[in-house]
Design a protein around this ligand. Structure first.
Ligand SMILES: [Zn+2]
Length: 204
């Protein structure tokens, strides 16, 4: 295996990237100059150094040495703490934030659960989610499942809801689904602000 093959293998592991695209990325990098490559490799290295995961909501964020270990949203005093939106990935959170129509807090699961998966709880931050709700049980009133409308996301929403049942009844939490305000096949990650706004308004 030479360097081309090795890097192709790495790109093949990226979400949604097939072997041909992976190889195209490698040949593209071969045509770049030294400055480009240095910047590229430095940025990849910096990801690990500068980007941290928030211990509260589990989103990735740039950690500023002067602030607390929490992300901006978790630290903010201007967010509605009674409303917690659970999303699959950072990119969903980012897109919902861009729409400026949700002022609550978030929790990032870190992925979805594939249907028929044997150990689904190991794929997502489920334990951490349950612990957060338990910790904030006197503040949180509503849980919004902010998932896309496709089979795997719906399965994940169902899986999470089942895991939450004891807490939902113990603390009398309201649960709503953002996806029910979306049309089938809608990916949150690609939804525009109006679609998200409508989905929030029509959640149930
Ligand atoms: Zn956070």
């Amino acid at each position: 295996m030479d360097a081309i093959d090795k890097l192709t293998e790495i790109f093949k592991g990226f979400p949604g990237i097939g072997p041909r695209q992976a190889k195209r990325f490698v040949y593209f990098l071969l045509t770049r100059n030294k400055t480009y490559i240095t910047e590229f490799t430095t940025l990849v290295e910096e990801l690990q150094k500068e980007i941290k995961i928030c211990p509260e909501c589990f989103q990735y964020f740039t950690r500023n040495k002067l602030t607390t270990p929490l992300c901006d949203i978790c630290q903010s005093k201007n967010r509605n703490e009674s409303s917690l939106m659970i999303v699959a990935r950072d990119i969903d959170l980012e897109n919902i934030e861009k729409s400026h129509c949700f002022d609550g807090k978030y929790f990032v699961l870190g992925g979805t659960v594939p249907i028929l998966d044997k150990n689904p709880e190991n794929r997502i931050h489920l334990k951490e989610l349950l612990a957060l709700i338990e910790r904030r049980s006197n503040i949180i009133k509503e849980i919004i499942l902010g998932f896309s409308l496709n089979p795997e996301s719906e399965y994940t929403a169902q899986f999470v809801t089942e895991a939450l049942v004891p807490l939902i009844s113990k603390y009398n939490l309201k649960v709503s689904h953002l996806g029910r305000g979306l049309s089938t096949g809608t990916e949150l990650e690609y939804s525009d602000a109006d679609t998200i706004k409508n989905a929030l308004k029509n959640r149930d």
